[in-house]
Design a protein around this ligand. Structure first.
Ligand SMILES: C[S@@+](CC[C@H](N)C(=O)[O-])C[C@H]1O[C@@H](n2cnc3c(N)ncnc32)[C@H](O)[C@@H]1O
Length: 538
C-alpha cells in the first residue's frame, strides 16, 4: 500500500497479520473504499442480481452460458473483459447440462475464476487458508477436495494432482477471507474478497464495519479510531449469542478472546460500554443513560434469563419469509414469539431472536396493509431493539429501521388525512385499532417522516451517500415532502433543527416531534403484540 494509505498491514502478536489505521477516523466516516478481487452472486441470486455489480433487478442471462446475468451492456462488457470471457468458455466446455451449470456452488465458481485468471490467483497468494487444520477435519476436508476437483475439471485444466493441490489451497483461502456481500433489501447476495480488507481481524466488539455499494465495499469506522489502532470487524452475526459466534468462528480456526466472549456479555452490556453511546444525543434514544443503566446491564436475574434463552434460541428460519399463505406465517410467528416470552416479559427486546421476530411481524402487518400496526411495531424495534443491538446511530441496521418507520408513515399519514373528517372521539373502551388511529391523528406524521429522513441522510457515509440505496430512497421521499404546500411553520422549525440540532429549542422540538411520538407508537406496538401474538392472552 502507498505511504498515503489510510491503512497498513502489520504483524499481529497473536493473530498472524492485522490491518492498522495510519490516521484517526471518527465514527461514521469512510476509512477506505475497496474494489473486489473476487465478486460473485450466490447461487440463489444468480438470476435476480447482476453478476458484475450485484445490484438487484431483472438481469439478462449471458446467451452463451446462461450461468451469469447482467443488468445492462456496460456491466456485461466489463465482466466479459475482467473474467467472464474465460469463465464463460470454461463453463460451456465443462458441462453440457444447463440446469447443473447454474447450480455450481459459489465457492466452486470463485475457484474457477481464480484458476483461469492469473491476477486472481496471484491476489490470493499471501492469504491465510488454514489448509493443514482443515485437512485434519474429515467431512469439511472431503467437501473442499470435491469442490476443488470439480473446479479443476470445469476450468478445462484437468485434474492432475499438483493442480488439485493448488486448487484446494486457493479454495481454503477464498473461504477464510471472503465477506458475505450484503444487500439492505435482499440480505446476503454474494461473496466478496479483497486481499487488503481480508487482513482485518475479528472482534465481537468491532470498531469498523463493511458496507457495500454495487461492486465496491466501504470500510466504515464504527467507533472513534486513532492512528495506530487495529481495525477489527465482526465476522459473525454481531448480535448472535456466544455459542453461535463460537460455532461460526470455528470455521476460521480460532477462538475469540475479546472482552465480550471472555465475560459472555449480553447486547445491553456491550452497548453500555460502547464508546458510541454518547453519539446518541440526536437519536431515538437521546437519553444516553438508558444505555448505561439498562436493567440488563447490572441485574443478575435478567442476565440469567438472557443466558438461559440464548442457549436454546436459534436464528429464525429464513423459510419464514417465504411461507405462504399469510395465515400460516402468522401461526409460525406466534409460536416463535411465545418461545421468546420470557424475554418479552422482562422487556429484553434486543435479545436475539426477538428483534427478528418483531421485524417479521411488522412486515406481515404491512403485507396485510395494516400499516398502522406495522408502524407501531416498527417504532418498538427502532426504540427498544436496534439502539441496544447497535449502539452507534450510524449503524446501517439503525438507519434501515428509521427508514422503515419513515416509509410506513407515508402510508399512515395518507390514511389519517383521508379519515380526518369522519373522526369521532375515542372512548375509554376503544379498541386498539381506534387508539392507534386516534394517536396517529394527533401526530404530525409528515414532520416526523421528514425528520427521520434527514437523520438517515445525516448519519450515512457522506461521500458515497447518494449511491447507497437507502440514502437514494430517503432523498426521493424527502424531496416529495419538501414540495408539499402549507407547511411553512413546520419547515422553518425543521430547518432550524437541521442547522443547529444542539440548541435548546431544537432539542425540545426534536424531543416533542420525534422522540415522544415514536415512543407513544412503540407503546401501542407492545399492546398490539400482547393482544395479537401472546398465546396466553388469546
Ligand atoms: C481474514 S483473515 C485475517 C488476516 C489474518 N490475520 C492473516 O494474517 O492473514 C482471518 C484469520 O485471521 C485470524 N484471526 C482473525 N481474527 C482473529 C482473532 N480475533 N483471534 C485470533 N485469530 C484471528 C485467524 O487465523 C483467521 O482465520
Amino acid at each position: 500500500m502507498s505511504s498515503q494509505s489510510p491503512l497498513e498491514i502489520r504483524p499481529h502478536p497473536s493473530k498472524g497479520r492485522g490491518l492498522y489505521a495510519t490516521k484517526s477516523f471518527s465514527p461514521g466516516t469512510i476509512i477506505s473504499p475497496f474494489t473486489p478481487l473476487l465478486l460473485l452472486p450466490t447461487v440463489s441470486y444468480l438470476s435476480s442480481v447482476c453478476s458484475y455489480c450485484l445490484r438487484p433487478g431483472n438481469p439478462r442471462a449471458c446467451s452463451r452460458c446462461h450461468a451469469a446475468s447482467y443488468c445492462g451492456a456496460t456491466c456485461q462488457a466489463a465482466a466479459w473483459k475482467a473474467v467472464h470471457s474465460r469463465e464463460c468458455k470454461a463453463l460451456r466446455q465443462g458441462i453440457k447440462d444447463e440446469g447443473r451449470r447454474r447450480q455450481l456452488p459459489t465457492p466452486t465458481r470463485a475457484l474457477i475464476q481464480a484458476l483461469l485468471c492469473g491476477e486472481i490467483g496471484d491476489g490470493l497468494k499471501d492469504l491465510e487458508g488454514h489448509v493443514l487444520e482443515k485437512k485434519a477435519e474429515g467431512d469439511e476436508w472431503r467437501n473442499i477436495e470435491m469442490m476443488a476437483m470439480a473446479a479443476c475439471a470445469f476450468s478445462g485444466k484437468g485434474t492432475a494432482e499438483e493442480l488439485v493441490r493448488r486448487a484446494v489451497e486457493m479454495l481454503c483461502k477464498i473461504q477464510n477471507n471472503s465477506f458475505q456481500r450484503f444487500d439492505t433489501d435482499l440480505g446476503v447476495v454474494g461473496l466478496f474478497l479483497e486481499p487488503t480488507l481480508a487482513m482485518a481481524n475479528h472482534s465481537c466488539i468491532p470498531n469498523a464495519a463493511v458496507q457495500f455499494i454495487g461492486r465496491n465495499a466501504l470500510l466504515v469506522a464504527e467507533n472513534p479510531i486513532r492512528a495506530g489502532d487495529e481495525i477489527e470487524l465482526a465476522y459473525t452475526f454481531y448480535t448472535d449469542p456466544l455459542f453461535k459466534r463460537r460455532e461460526a468462528l470455528a470455521h476460521y480456526k480460532f477462538v475469540c478472546n475479546c472482552l465480550r466472549c471472555r465475560d459472555n456479555l449480553n447486547v445491553y452490556q456491550v452497548a453500555a460500554i460502547s464508546p458510541n453511546v454518547n453519539l446518541n444525543s440526536q437519536s431515538l434514544v437521546p437519553d444516553v443513560s438508558k444505555f448505561r443503566k439498562h436493567p440488563a446491564v447490572t441485574s443478575p436475574s435478567k442476565q440469567s434469563i438472557i443466558n438461559r434463552h440464548s442457549e436454546t434460541a436459534d436464528r429464525l428460519s429464513t423459510a419464514l419469509a417465504t411461507i405462504e399463505p399469510p395465515s400460516e406465517r402468522r401461526k409460525l410467528l406466534k409460536s416463535e414469539y411465545n418461545k421468546s416470552k420470557a424475554l418479552v416479559e422482562e422487556e429484553l427486546w434486543a435479545v436475539t431472536p426477538l428483534p427478528d421476530i418483531l421485524f417479521r411481524i411488522s412486515m406481515s402487518y404491512g403485507e396485510e396493509e395494516n400499516f398502522a400496526f406495522a408502524l407501531a411495531v416498527a417504532c418498538l424495534i427502532a426504540t427498544a431493539c436496534d439502539p441496544y443491538q447497535y449502539a452507534s446511530p450510524y449503524h446501517p441496521v439503525r438507519l434501515a429501521g428509521l427508514f422503515t418507520v419513515a416509509n410506513l408513515t407515508t402510508h399512515t399519514a395518507a390514511a389519517t388525512a383521508f379519515l380526518a373528517n369522519s373522526a369521532t372521539p375515542v372512548s375509554k373502551k376503544a379498541t386498539l385499532e381506534q387508539k392507534v388511529e386516534e394517536t396517529l391523528r394527533e401526530i404530525d406524521q409528515v414532520s416526523l417522516c421528514q425528520m427521520l429522513l434527514i437523520m438517515i441522510i445525516k448519519y450515512s457515509p457522506e461521500k458515497y451517500g447518494a449511491e447507497l440505496s437507502l440514502v437514494g430512497k430517503a432523498q426521493m421521499l424527502l424531496e416529495d415532502i419538501e414540495k408539499l404546500a402549507g407547511r411553512e411553520k413546520e419547515t422553518s422549525l425543521i430547518d432550524e433543527w437541521r442547522q443547529d440540532p444542539n440548541s435548546e429549542k431544537s432539542q425540545a422540538f426534536f424531543e416533542f416531534a420525534v422522540v415522544q411520538q415514536v415512543n407513544t407508537l412503540a407503546n401501542l406496538g407492545r399492546g398490539i403484540l400482547s393482544r395479537d401474538f401472546d398465546i396466553s392472552a388469546l
